[in-house]
Design a protein around this ligand. Structure first.
Ligand code: SF4
Ligand code: SF4
Length: 333
């Protein structure tokens, strides 16, 4: 293959070191390039250039507030592990969970990177607003850390439901909020879902590195390439929804494939590509393993989406009312 011949030894070593087969890497590049709207050849070539010129590229500073570290786990366990190549080679200057340094050294790494500026800032977790003491890092409010780093960053990415719109911490006494509430007026790329999908983050970083700009965003800051269609649009139970077959009893084998709207599915009001991209190396996603979509890609998650497994939330009532009124058209076959 033409692209393969342009692989340098350094790049091939980087792949081999992480146990990535060239074939898998090229497959990943082809799929990612298609989503980013770049030709496969251009994308692969630029990616290799980015990796090889790693020391000249913007460093990444990853900070974590009110979170479960699920987004870090999701990203570092991606397959193929292109995420780890990206993080390693573009100089991960700070990451609470995976950096070798701790204590004073970790604090120094953060402050040095912020002083230099020009880095890609990735924020995981919400920021408490009820009282700064709900989230302190090295004796300092996490909010201050976000403000300091946000002021010097070249690009800002909020990962996961918590950092984007508040997520679960927003529904607690801490009154956690997303980045856009702490850094108003700043351009922020929002990658919600709980946790962040590793492809969404890898693709967004790659887009920034290969084009020098942010991808097209929707009105709440999400890349259109990943959040342009609703879960409902691509759900394989859609025919059952259109036919009015709604699962009410998980124990009834006859209802196994029916639509989950009566079990609280927020798919019609949730925009994300989970039904196509799927999770766990493309194996499955919530609805296909029998769980309703909880709307974790939307700003109302978690508070407005609960109760999660019944149709009693305001959002579920709205979806059902829209269906009754014929405002959710049947899918054209
Ligand atoms: S309501 Fe949920 S389960 Fe039913 S078709 Fe839409 S997305 Fe699928
Ligand atoms: S299907 Fe819904 S709840 Fe599941 S990950 Fe996607 S947006 Fe979140």
């Amino acid at each position: 293959m033409k692209e393969e011949s342009s692989f340098s030894k350094k790049f091939l070593d980087a792949l081999e070191f992480r146990g990535i087969r060239r074939r898998d890497f090229l497959k990943y590049c082809a799929a990612t390039a298609a989503v980013l709207g770049i030709s496969e050849f251009e994308f692969t070539t630029k990616l290799i250039q980015v990796v090889e010129a790693a020391s000249k590229k913007p460093p990444v500073v990853w900070i974590e507030g009110q979170s479960c570290t699920g987004c870090s786990i999701s990203f570092t366990q991606s397959y193929p592990p292109v995420g780890s190549i990206i993080l390693d080679t573009i100089s991960l200057r700070h990451h609470d969970a995976v950096m070798a340094a701790s204590g004073d050294l970790a604090e120094k790494a953060f402050h040095d990177a912020v002083k230099e500026g020009g880095f890609v800032l990735i924020v995981e977790g919400a920021i408490p607003t009820a009282d700064d003491r709900f989230c302190m890092v090295a004796g300092k409010p996490f909010k201050k850390m976000v403000e300091e780093a946000g002021a010097k960053a070249a690009a800002i990415i909020a990962v996961g439901a918590c950092a984007t719109y508040g997520g679960i911490p927003a529904a607690t006494p801490t009154k956690g909020v997303g980045l856009n509430k702490i850094l108003p007026g700043k351009a922020i790329i929002n990658l919600p879902t709980c946790p962040v999908h590793h492809d969404h983050l890898a693709g967004t970083i790659l887009y920034f590195l290969t084009t020098g700009k942010a991808p097209a965003l929707d009105k709440i800051g999400r890349p259109v390439m990943y959040f342009g269609e609703s879960i409902h649009d691509n759900c394989r139970r859609r025919g059952q929804f259109d036919a009015g077959k709604f699962l009410t009893d998980w124990n009834d084998p006859k209802q196994k494939e029916w639509c989950l709207i009566q079990k609280g599915c927020k798919g019609p009001m949730t925009y994300a590509d989970c039904a196509i991209r799927r999770w766990n190396a493309g194996i499955n996603f919530c609805i296909d393993c029998g769980a309703p979509c909880q709307g974790c890609a939307e700003p109302g998650f978690y508070a407005q989406m609960s109760p999660l497994y019944s149709a009693e939330s305001e959002i579920s009532k709205r979806i059902l009312a829209m269906r009754e009124a014929g405002l959710i058209p049947k899918k054209e076959s």
